[in-house]
Design a protein around this ligand. Structure first.
Ligand code: SF4
Length: 193
């Protein structure tokens, strides 16, 4: 069964916004770095058992100039903060950030002078992922939510129009719900309403 069976007439009508967002979300390349124990779970997510290749993102890039996703996996020390910011600055636009684990999201249990109390003090964060450490399934759920967010990104004149109307993206739901039978029905009903 191939795409030609779904499109017997061979014609697809869509918008540039949808194609651009679809290609962006389907080829996220994370920057290669890990800060603490959460990074072990991140590495497990990229390995054979969990297989990030399904989402076109198994290639963790060694150079930030080839990456568009920063997964901050672990606590950020004051000493490391300028380095993390430098990596972020070297990544080309558009780029996204996942704060993986409580330490990256809020400092977690390290409420002290040595640790930055949340990586959002240094870089803008798109998705906060709780847990200590979050399991690979949780990281994949965060990645799927980020895909959702990217799919909804307004571009060009749409961006200006939606900004003017105080546009808010639709609420993100857990992927376990979203991709269940009932979840699909509910999503369809919401889009038709
Ligand atoms: S959230 Fe837990 S596992 Fe992750 S870096 Fe902090 S202490 Fe380590």
């Amino acid at each position: 069964m191939g795409v030609e069976e779904k499109l017997p007439s061979g014609i697809v009508l869509t918008s540039v916004e949808k194609v651009v967002n679809w290609s962006r979300k389907s080829s996220l390349w994370p920057a290669t770095f890990g800060l603490a124990c959460c990074a072990i779970e991140m590495m497990a997510t990229g390995a054979g058992r969990y297989d990030l290749a399904r989402f076109g993102m198994e290639v963790f890039r060694a150079s930030p100039r080839q990456a568009d996703l920063m997964i901050v996996a672990g606590r950020v020390s004051q000493k490391m903060a300028p380095v993390v910011r430098q990596i972020y600055d070297q990544m080309p636009e558009p780029k996204w950030v996942i704060a993986m684990g409580v330490c990256a999201s809020s400092g977690g249990m390290f409420n002290n002078y040595a640790i930055v109390q949340g990586v959002d003090h240094i870089v803008p964060v798109d998705i906060y992922l709780p847990g200590c450490p979050p399991r690979p399934e949780m990281l994949m759920d965060a990645i799927l939510k980020l895909h959702d967010k990217i799919s909804e990104e307004p571009l060009g004149s749409n961006a200006k129009r939606r900004e003017a109307h105080d546009y808010r993206p639709r609420q993100l739901v857990a992927s376990s719900e979203r991709y269940s039978k009932d979840g699909k029905k509910a999503a369809r009903a919401a889009s038709e309403a």
